[in-house]
Design a binder for this molecule. Structure first.
Ligand SMILES: N[C@@H](CCC(=O)N[C@@H](CS)C(=O)NCC(=O)O)C(=O)O
Length: 249
């Protein structure tokens, strides 16, 4: 039995969800409601003491860390639509991409998301409620992020993070202007893990339109569309809607 604890098909939560859909595995999604800070609740911290999604429960064994979960699913179900190339050299290239997302790309996009998306939530609380809430956040760096979201991220930091997203978009474009997927061998976890973070960078009128657009990054834009149109990914977006996930609880 596989249960995925998740915020839904976005960012790190999307990586294992897309992997489960692409592999065609039978699984359940347990929606963790960020609007209620369920990721910091005692029941969820028993599953992941770091108070973050995603987390996978496989027959009572808990696996955390989005990319690790994807690799775990490959190891546990190797014959079901493999998403890692068989060739060791190609597989190493795949891991260069997934490591880069986790160490670089994910962080700069996340800061901008917190600045625009979490700020209104952090600012809507009274001082007391905010301090009370922070006591439940287990990761020290996340507490700092919450304080930044409430008080405003320093402009220098935002400028630097925008610069890094621009570098990231260009890095993706360099490869995707030449080939359909990040590895020459075809679709893999490299695409899933990068797509989870890159999806939405091209949103019209969005934060990144200055440098993610048809003129500057046509390969990246075509790849986002190509991945979204894959049957398994289209099915994920159609099924894993917040309202539906809430109904299932
Ligand atoms: N390194 C972790 C990061 C997980 C992570 O950042 N999760 C976010 C959602 S994308 C989260 O739970 N944020 C809520 C919080 O930290 O309070 C992974 O890849 O799984």
């Amino acid at each position: 039995m596989l249960t995925l604890y998740s915020f839904g098909p976005g960012a790190n939560s999307m990586k294992p969800m897309a992997t489960l859909y692409e592999k065609g595995l039978d699984f359940k999604i347990r929606f963790v409601d960020p609007s209620k800070f369920e990721q910091h609740s005692d029941w969820f911290k028993k599953i992941n003491p770091r108070g973050q999604v995603p987390a996978l429960d496989h027959d009572g064994k808990i696996v955390v860390e989005s990319t690790v979960i994807c690799e775990y699913l490959e190891d546990a179900f190797p014959d079901q639509n493999p998403l890692r190339p068989a060739d060791p050299y190609m597989r190493a290239q795949m891991r260069v991409w997934t490591k880069w997302v986790d160490e670089y790309f994910c962080w700069c996009v996340s800061t901008i998301g917190w600045h625009y998306g979490i700020r209104p939530i952090a600012q809507s609380m009274t001082d007391e409620a905010f301090e009370e809430h922070l006591k439940n956040v287990p990761i020290p760096e996340q507490k700092v992020k919450w304080r930044h979201a409430r008080n405003g991220f320093p402009q220098e930091l935002l400028d630097e993070e925008f610069r890094k997203v621009r570098v990231s978009a260009q890095r993706l474009e360099d490869t995707l202007s030449r080939q359909d997927y990040l590895l020459e061998s075809g679709f893999s976890l490299a695409d899933i893990c990068n797509f989870a973070i890159a999806n939405g960078l091209d949103r019209p009128g969005g934060w990144f339109n200055d440098f993610v657009n048809e003129k500057d990054t046509p390969g990246l834009i075509a790849w986002l569309k190509r991945v979204k149109e894959r049957p398994a990914i289209a099915k994920m977006f159609a099924e894993a809607k917040r309202e539906e996930l809430l109904k299932d609880r």
